[in-house]
Ligand binder design. Structure first.
Ligand SMILES: [Zn+2]
Ligand SMILES: [Zn+2]
Length: 200
C-alpha cells in the first residue's frame, strides 16, 4: 500500500456552462465531497474537501460563495512530528465571464471554473500562525531532543536519593577559588602534568 491515493486538482474544475446559459439571478448549490487527499497544487495536498458552494449567475459571470472544510499535513512547531491541521475556508469570489485577460478568476471558454487556485489562496490566508499536532503538545526536550509526548526523557528522571548528597557539594569552581594562588602556566607550581587538562 505504498501507492499514493489522491485525486488531481482537476476534480475541482466545475462546469458552469448550464448556469451561464440561464438568465441573470439564477443560482445553484453544488456539494463538494472529496474524501481522499486532493492535490490542489504541486506544493499542496489537502486531506479531503467538504462543503457547499452557492453559484449564482450575474451580469459579469459566476459568483461563488460558501465554506469548505479540509485538513492538511504540516509540521508541529513544538515536536516537529506531522500534524493534521483543520482548516475552514470562506470562499467568495466572482469568476468573470467572458474571460478578461487581467481578471484573476475567470470562467474558461469551455465553461469550466477552476476552484483549485482559489482554494490554494484561501488556504494560505487561513493557515494558523502556530501549527501544533495537538493543543497540549509537550514538544521536545531542549536538552536531549526526545519527544516528550512519548513520556518523560532521562533528563527528567528523578534523582537517586543516594546521589542527592552530591547536589549539596561545594561547586569545584568555588573550591578552586579558595586554593592558594598558583601560576596556571607553570606545571611545577601545581605539580600537575601540563597536557593532562586537554586530554579526554
Ligand atoms: Zn507536537
Ligand atoms: Zn531530555
Amino acid at each position: 500500500m505504498s501507492q499514493l491515493h489522491y485525486v488531481p486538482s482537476r476534480i475541482l474544475r466545475i462546469n458552469v456552462g448550464f448556469l451561464l446559459a440561464e438568465s441573470i439571478g439564477q443560482s445553484r448549490d453544488i456539494e463538494i465531497d472529496v474524501d481522499v487527499p486532493v492535490s490542489v497544487a504541486e506544493d499542496l495536498m489537502l486531506d479531503g474537501l467538504h462543503g457547499t458552494l452557492h453559484l449564482s449567475r450575474n451580469s459579469r459571470g459566476i459568483l461563488v460563495e460558501g465554506a469548505l472544510r479540509t485538513h492538511y499535513a504540516d509540521e508541529c512547531a513544538r515536536c516537529l512530528e506531522e500534524a493534521s491541521v483543520p482548516l475552514e475556508l470562506d470562499v467568495q469570489e466572482l469568476y468573470i465571464h467572458p474571460a478578461e485577460p487581467d481578471a484573476p478568476w475567470v470562467v474558461a471558454d469551455d465553461g469550466n471554473l477552476d476552484l483549485a487556485p482559489l482554494v490554494r489562496e484561501e488556504m494560505i490566508l487561513g493557515t494558523p500562525h502556530t501549527i501544533l499536532c495537538r493543543p497540549d503538545c509537550a514538544g521536545l526536550c531542549p536538552d536531549c531532543g526526545e519527544n516528550l509526548n512519548d513520556g518523560p526523557c532521562q533528563c527528567a528522571a528523578p534523582i537517586d536519593p543516594r546521589m542527592a548528597a552530591l547536589l549539596n557539594w561545594q561547586p569545584l569552581a568555588e573550591v578552586a577559588r579558595d586554593l592558594p594562588e598558583t601560576s596556571p602556566t607553570d606545571p611545577a607550581a601545581t605539580g600537575s602534568k601540563p597536557r593532562s587538562r586537554t586530554r579526554r
